[in-house]
Write a protein that binds this ligand. Structure first.
Ligand code: ATP
Ligand code: MG
Length: 215
């Protein structure tokens, strides 16, 4: 019996994963929002939670530092998914990956013109695939945040970013012009751990599955 380690990020994902953890009898003993601890024990002596950056969850699980984790489809596509099994779409942290531009920008004409489109984004792989599938030539500009700024100051023609309410776009006079894909978070499991310790890990997957809102 080695115990189960679960990698989660703070904020939205942690909060929305809580009810699923409860279903598996996993109640964290501290709140990551107020605690500075990065390893949080739970009411189950055999289960602990690691608090990591959202983009780092697949890395911890891939290398076996965590057995399971919860990560956005965006993060998983950028990571590549090596060494991971994705048994469940948890339907949490839902939003949409969108192309957006300044209010006055004629996106349809820009795409039709065949000229290279300058695209700023944190999601370089997703953006590259999206525009390649459309046959649009792009110059990708990697950013780490505040993407909304790029079209406003001439760094890019468009951005590819996550949108939920559209409030941030609106506040910056940007408009969403195309959906790239819907996004939600998935349960990820270390492939080797699932094979070698299925008896320990499977019941947790089943509890999560049973706690999902009926489709
Ligand atoms: P930070 O905001 O600290 O830079 P992050 O952007 O990596 O970190 P979060 O903003 O907590 O982390 O997002 C974590 C995951 O939640 C994302 O990978 C995505 O799948 C999802 N997400 C991001 N923004 C939204 C949103 N506005 N609405 C719903 N889900 C979102
Ligand atoms: Mg964020």
């Amino acid at each position: 019996m080695t115990g189960i380690t679960l990698a989660l990020s703070k904020g939205r994902i942690f909060e929305e994963t809580m009810p699923l953890l409860e279903a598996a009898g996993i109640r964290p003993l501290e709140d990551p929002e107020s605690s500075r601890k990065l390893i949080i024990p739970t009411e189950r002596a055999d289960v602990r939670v690691l608090i990591v950056r959202a983009t780092d969850v697949p890395t911890y699980v891939q290398h076996g530092a965590a057995d399971l984790g919860v990560a956005g489809r965006d993060v998983l596509l950028e990571h590549g998914g090596d060494g991971l099994v994705q048994p469940l779409d948890l339907q949490i942290a839902r939003c949409r990956m969108m192309v957006a531009c300044a209010e006055g920008f004629d996106y349809a004409s820009a795409v039709r013109s065949g000229a290279r489109l300058r695209v700023a984004t944190k999601y370089v792989s997703i953006a590259r695939e999206h525009f390649a599938a459309k046959g649009v030539h792009v110059d990708l500009i990697k950013l780490y945040g505040s993407m909304e700024l790029a079209p406003l100051v001439g760094l890019a023609d468009v951005i590819v970013d996550l949108v939920s309410t559209g409030g941030t776009l609106k506040a910056n006079k940007l408009v969403a012009v195309e959906e790239v894909m819907p996004i939600s978070s998935r349960l990820v499991v270390n492939r080797a751990a699932l094979k070698l310790r299925r008896a320990e890990i499977d019941p947790i997957i089943q509890c999560f599955a049973g706690a999902l809102a009926p489709a």
